[in-house]
Write a protein that binds this ligand. Structure first.
Ligand code: NAD
Length: 391
């Protein structure tokens, strides 16, 4: 009997396990994950801002995957491609005939001095909760310290995560101000971005609207400002200093460090895969999600690492493993985006949707779109939980 191992229970791994279970193969399917729960990575910014609780964005893996999938809770420490073996922190090594590797992302610091020590990343439930508690404690501390930097927040980078976090933060801040009795006019929220453009995937009109909305709520943007160092209480860009006792580090992501540790040919822990998503010279292994680097034939650039793409990759990888088990040829990965939504707090956002025509949306209507689809980037699926469930 074949053993198919799926590593990681993020969007990609959960979806792949679901598809494999539905195929009724005569195979053992094992899903390995560090935690017993799946978390919705697309909503971590809400945990960090305190507009959602962990229970709102997590669910028990065992409760939603098919009983045909064995769930093993452990941390992957390495992958031996030649021996077809996964090493784990707690359990004996796992041998596989087929591997779907979906180990996910980590925060990227680009080696910037002090970023790891002094910035709060938003990469999982624990780090997002830690960022939230730090923010709340620092704001609360102002009443004793009278340190103006306790009222200053710097958000590093202006990618999706930063902008969505800022949207939630400006939504919650008036409540925090009231709760802790803070001087509202001394709250300072800055966003520092290396590139001259913010949210480059959206049309300029939508970007202007989103930036205008956040500015009206008090966010200061500093574009073309590359962060060169992070110190306790200050972000440095060459000779500029931005003082803040809360520094949120959201300048981008890289793949899981296990990729480099296991000797893959990688860049920032992402591996360029074959067009059917398998690893070169290892057709039994598929890499999907944030560790996978897939060139987009249309743009010539790599596809971005989004939930929508991860799920599409999971469908292709699972179908290809099933095909190989059944002795059929594999198919190449193709992807057509159905749109992108960037929320600016719970009720407002900007969206470009490519479904029954091209739609450019802004404002509260985006909140409605979001409620209908119940996820920002996974637009084709009505409910993320249903989508990942095994039954
Ligand atoms: P990102 O790479 O999209 O954005 C990081 C930003 O930080 C970039 O604009 C970059 O120029 C900036 N930056 C990097 N180094 C810097 C420095 N030294 N100084 C100042 N600025 C710096 O990263 P992300 O926002 O973490 O998103 C990660 C991935 O997840 C992306 O592929 C994104 O598309 C995806 N995502 C999508 C959604 C959505 O669809 N709504 C939401 C969140 C994340």
């Amino acid at each position: 009997m074949n053993t198919i191992v799926v590593l990681g229970a993020g969007y990609a791994g959960m979806r792949a396990a679901k598809k494999l279970a539905h195929a009724n193969l005569d195979a053992r399917i094992i899903l390995v994950n560090r935690h017993p729960y799946h978390y919705e990575a697309t909503q971590l910014h809400q945990i960090a801002a305190g507009t959602k609780e962990p229970a709102d964005v997590t669910f028990d893996i065992r409760k939603v995957v098919s009983p045909k999938v064995e769930v093993l809770i452990d941390t992957v420490t390495g992958i031996d491609q030649e021996e077809r073996r996964v090493t784990l922190e707690e359990h004996e090594p796992l041998r596989y005939d087929y591997l779907i590797n979906a180990l996910g992302f980590e925060s990227e610091t680009f080696g910037i001095k002090g970023a790891e020590e002094n910035g709060w990343p938003l990469v999982d439930i624990d780090t997002s909760l830690a960022a939230r508690h730090h923010l709340e404690q620092t704001l609360a501390n102002y009443r004793n310290s009278h340190d103006p930097n306790d009222l200053h927040v710097v958000v590093c980078g202006a990618g999706f995560t930063s902008i969505e976090y800022l949207g939630e933060l400006v939504y919650r801040m008036p409540k925090l101000v009231a709760e802790y009795g803070l001087p509202a006019d001394q709250i300072n929220i800055s966003c520092i971005e290396a590139s001259p453009k913010i949210l480059p995937m959206f049309s300029q009109k939508l970007v202007d609207w989103a930036v205008g909305y956040l500015k009206k709520k008090g966010v200061e943007f500093h574009t073309s400002t590359a962060i060169t160092e992070v110190r306790p209480g200050a972000v440095i860009s060459n000779d500029q200093e931005f003082k803040a006792n809360t520094i949120i580090w959201t300048t981008g992501v890289r793949g899981n460090h296990v990729i480099a540790d296991s000797g893959y040919n990688q860049k920032r822990n992402r591996v360029v895969v074959e067009d059917d998503l398998s690893l070169k010279d290892h057709p039994e292994e598929y890499l999907i999600g944030d560790i996978s680097a897939v060139p987009d034939p249309e743009s010539g650039r790599l596809f971005p690492t989004t939930a929508q793409i991860s799920i599409a990759q999971a469908d292709t990888a699972a179908a290809n493993v099933i095909a190989r088990v059944q002795g059929r040829p594999t198919k190449r990965f193709t992807f057509k985006s159905i749109g992108t939504v960037c929320s600016l707090g719970p009720h407002v956002g900007v969206a470009e949707i490519d479904m029954m025509g091209k739609w450019k949306l802004k404002g509260a209507v985006v909140g409605i779109v979001k409620k209908i689809v119940n996820d920002r980037s996974v637009l084709e699926l009505a409910n993320i939980r249903t989508m990942l469930e095994g039954n």
